[in-house]
Design a protein around this ligand. Structure first.
Ligand code: MLT
Length: 410
């Protein structure tokens, strides 16, 4: 008899964003002319930077020329891209990360899920609440959790609330956990972590032999110069942290697909036979078995992010989305909403008005304003009563969406 992975049956509803799309499509089926504005999934809207497009066009020409044609590339990514990442994203910030410790991939979402392949089944796991749902759902799929309770919390996971009540600071657990997921600037709340706060996590991880999965997909949106962009800016992080990065949000690669994961070579875990095992070797083995690398054309596009023109163009993009976030904050605050985030992050986290549940507010916005956002409860039980508004859209759409919301809720 064929058996399925029954862990999938434990998953609550569909994955958040397809579930939202399903509800929006249902509404559109009944209201085909509704002028919907989507500020839900954090998907970029502005065109790819010219430097990236030019580099990709040149790479296409290379592929049409026998002398420069590329077949399979290195599974870890081309050295010319990894070297630029190491220098610009890490060494320039004083982080001792070498190009050989960088693994280029097709997405931070895939990597944060796939990384579980190299870890055992019996680890204790901590996530923040609310949280990017991929961290939780991939652990459910891998059989690392029990069933979900009514609020959607899975047995076996340690949930660390980050809410307005604790100023969105992730408190270090009193018990020992093996694997810890942290995302700063945070998706969904837009909150940030200071050097002192992250240092405390690194110290905890080192003291307890834990590994931190640090998702820094939104680091480019940091405007406060005192905040760390990488966990490796903290003393000792190379001994206890894996970092995930992406070109999706800084350079508009959500449809182009390119990201990378940093696994320091000195990061080891003791196997049950007492042997110290290098995580880098396991991840390298995993990637070279299950992954054939990102296309040459896309990697050339990502490389162009680090050119002088590319750096200027991505700054323009990031500033544009941050200005959208500032508009969303300002407009919603003006009619009395409590808003958080959106200063060092492209997400604005809003307290729902009049005690509305997250999904009730979602419905109200959809029906009365034809605006789509993301219900906070979709990110975890502690997200109930909140709502996420993404700053990724055109200026025109952001202004129009704010006009509709502020008129309805004034
Ligand atoms: C989000 O909206 O949370 C993100 O776009 C999801 C992602 O990056 O996969």
């Amino acid at each position: 008899m064929v058996r399925i992975n029954e862990n999938y049956l434990k998953l609550k509803a569909g994955y958040l964003f397809p579930e939202i799309a399903r509800r929006v499509n249902g509404f559109l089926a009944e209201n085909p002319n509704a002028p919907i504005i989507k500020l839900g999934i954090g998907d970029v809207t502005e065109p790819l930077p010219a430097a990236c497009r030019e580099a990709m066009a040149k790479a296409i020409d290379d592929m049409g020329d026998r002398a420069n044609f590329k077949g399979y590339g290195p599974e870890q990514g081309y050295a010319w891209l990894r070297e630029k990442i190491a220098v610009h994203d890490f060494q320039a910030r004083g982080c001792d990360i070498d190009a050989s410790e960088i693994f280029v991939s097709d997405g931070a979402k895939c990597d944060t899920g796939n990384i579980l392949d190299i870890f055992g089944k019996d680890n204790t796991i901590a996530v923040t609440d609310p949280v990017y749902p991929v961290y939780v759902d991939t652990n459910v799929m891998a059989g690392h959790t029990g069933e979900a309770d009514e609020s959607g919390k899975y047995g076996g996971l340690t949930y660390i609330p980050i809410t307005a009540d604790n100023d969105f600071v992730a408190q270090i657990p009193t018990e020992k956990v093996d694997l810890i997921y942290l995302c700063f600037p945070n998706n969904p709340t837009g909150a940030t972590a200071t050097k002192e706060q992250l240092q405390a996590w690194v110290d905890y991880a080192k003291a307890n032999g834990s590994i931190i999965f640090f998702d820094a997909a939104y680091e480019a949106f940091i405007t406060d110069e005192s905040l760390p962009h990488s966990i490796y800016e903290l003393e000792g992080a190379k001994d206890c942290a894996i970092e995930f990065r992406s070109f999706s949000k800084n350079a508009g690669f959500t449809g182009t697909r390119c990201a990378f994961t940093v696994v320091p070579k000195n990061l080891t875990v003791t196997a049950s036979n007492g042997q110290a095992v290098q995580l880098w070797s396991l991840w390298n083995r995993r990637q070279s078995t299950k992954f054939n690398g990102v296309s040459y054309i896309v990697q050339r596009g990502a490389e162009a992010v680090y050119s002088e023109a590319g750096q200027a163009q991505i700054k323009t993009l990031i500033d544009f989305y941050l200005e959208n976030a500032a508009i969303i904050r300002r407009e919603l605050q003006a009619v009395g909403f409590d808003v958080y985030g959106g200063v060092n992050a492209p997400y604005v986290w809003v307290k729902t008005p009049a005690g509305l549940s997250s999904w009730d507010f979602f419905d109200k916005l959809l029906i009365n304003c034809n605006v789509v956002g993301t219900p906070g409860s979709g990110f975890g039980a502690a997200g109930e009563g909140y709502f996420r508004i993404s700053a990724f859209n055109s200026r025109e759409n952001v202004l129009e969406a704010m006009k509709r919301i502020t008129t309805t809720f004034q």
